[in-house]
Structure formats: C-alpha cells, structure tokens
Design a protein around this ligand. Structure first.
Ligand code: ADP
Ligand code: MG
Ligand code: MG
Length: 245
C-alpha cells in the first residue's frame, strides 16, 4: 500500500499557477522519479510535501491517513527526509559529526555522543562503507559529500526520502556510488522520490516516472519500456526526434 499519497494538489503564486491538480502516489521500496523542464513545478510539489508551502487545494495522506504538514520540522517528525542539492554540511567536522548534527542537542553527554557516533558509523556501513566516519568532511569528494547529506537524512529513519537533483554537480562516473546508495535505501523499503534532469539515470534508477509540464501532470507510468525520447516528448509537449533522434 502507498506510503505517500498527494491528491489533487494545486498551488498558485502571484501571476503563476505552479501546480494544477497533481497526484503523486509512492509505495514503500519504490523509486519514483519526477521529471520536467525548469519551472514545471517539481520543487514546488516537494516543498509542499516538506511543509514549506501549504497547497491551495488537495490532500496529503501518509500511510493512508490524511495529514496537514505544518512545516519542515513537522515533515521530518512524520518521516519525510529532504535532501536538497545545496549541501548543508560543515567541512571542519567529521563525517559522523555531520550525520548526527541534526540529532545532537547543544549540551550532550559523552555516552550519548558515542552512541550517536556508532549510529552514524552503522548508517555509513549500510549506505557506503568506503566513507570513513572519522574523516573530515572537507577531505571528501563532492560525490561523497552528497552521500553524507543523504546519510544524514537516512539516519533519521524516514519512510520517504526526497532527492532533489542530487547528481546535478556530479559527472556520470561520480554518480555511480550515489545510485548504489539509492538502491540500498530502496532495498530497505524506503519510498524514494527522485528529481533529475538526466533522463538516462532516471530510466536506470526509477521504478515509476511522473512527468510534469507547466504545473500539470502529463503522465505517470512504469519506467519499463519508457525511452528517453518519449520522456522528452512528454516533458516538452512536442516531438523532438529531429533534435534528439
Ligand atoms: P521546477 O522545480 O520544476 O524547476 P518550480 O517548482 O521551482 O519548478 O517552479 C514552478 C513555477 O513556480 C515556476 O514558474 C516558478 O517561477 C514559480 N515559483 C516557484 N516558487 C515560487 C515562489 N516562491 N514565488 C513565486 N513563484 C514561484
Ligand atoms: Mg527549477
Ligand atoms: Mg526545482
């Protein structure tokens, strides 16, 4: 059954209808990609899920129960992990310290610190064992830092993780370790929402794909059998086979 249902979501900003009657249903252990051109409404939909915006119309259900997500802290408490493309990490701290940053109150005993450190090490072990919990964050590659950002969200034991363009600053080669991390989280039963402009990686990773165009939901379908050319046609609303044969 669905971990997340967003039903009939609409949202306007002054002078622009950013989302019109959009549905998004995501199951446990599913990678659900959202694709669309710049301005299609992808980030707005995810900011509604994160409690940053309230929808003008529509409902959100978590595990079948209607909820009102009042803000980002509420979203996190409800098991929604957001990973934005801008890294929110501290270079002079260790990997483990960065992962536990969100969970660490200002004054904290040594025993609790040690337990959090062990938890961070376990999370890394599950996601990417090549990253050392004791390494300084600033000594890692950009790709590894992006994985630490994901590990930080994963450490909160979310049921849903949203990755908004996680590979946009990575090469195709650098993205491979991150894809492995996404697959491991899927095996763990997490519902993953994956936003990307890179259609080939979407076809490679996603179980289902939702295409948005000008705030409208053009299509939601299994990625099996879908081609990059077909996705471009859905995204831009016309045939571009003369441009991308
Ligand atoms: P995407 O993530 O697909 O590139 P966005 O969801 O960021 O698209 O934006 C959808 C549309 O809504 C765009 O036209 C954008 O300019 C507009 N928009 C997004 N956020 C705001 C805002 N806070 N105020 C006004 N317009 C916004
Ligand atoms: Mg954008
Ligand atoms: Mg966006």
């Amino acid at each position: 059954s669905a971990v997340l249902e967003m039903r009939g979501i609409s949202k306007s900003f002054p002078g622009i209808r950013a989302l019109s009657d959009v549905d998004l249903v995501v199951d446990a252990g599913e990678v659900h990609a959202i694709v669309g051109e710049n301005g299609a409404g992808k980030s707005t939909l995810m900011k509604i899920l994160a409690g940053v915006y309230q929808p003008d119309e529509g409902a959100i259900l978590l595990g079948g129960a209607p909820v009102r997500i009042t803000g980002p802290i509420d979203a996190r408490k409800r098991g929604i992990g957001m990973v934005y493309q801008e890294l929110n990490l501290v270079p002079d701290l260790t990997v483990a310290e960065n992962i536990t940053l969100g969970a660490t109150p200002a004054r904290f005993g040594l025993v609790q610190r040690r337990r959090l450190h062990e938890e961070a090490a376990a999370v890394l072990d599950a996601l990417d064992a090549r990253i050392s919990p004791t390494a300084l964050l600033g000594s890692l590659t950009v790709s590894q830092q992006q994985i630490v950002e994901i590990a930080k969200a994963y450490a909160q034991r979310p049921s849903i993780i949203v990755l908004d363009e996680p590979t946009s600053s990575l090469s195709e080669h650098e993205s491979q370790a991150l894809f492995q991390v996404v697959r491991r989280m899927r095996e763990d039963g997490i519902a993953i929402i994956y936003i990307s402009h890179r259609l080939r990686e979407v076809l490679d990773l996603a179980d289902r794909v939702t295409v948005l165009r000008d705030g409208r939901q053009i299509e939601t379908r299994d990625s099996a059998g879908l081609t990059a050319g077909e996705m471009i046609r859905l995204m831009v609303g016309r045939d571009l086979t003369d441009v991308f044969p």
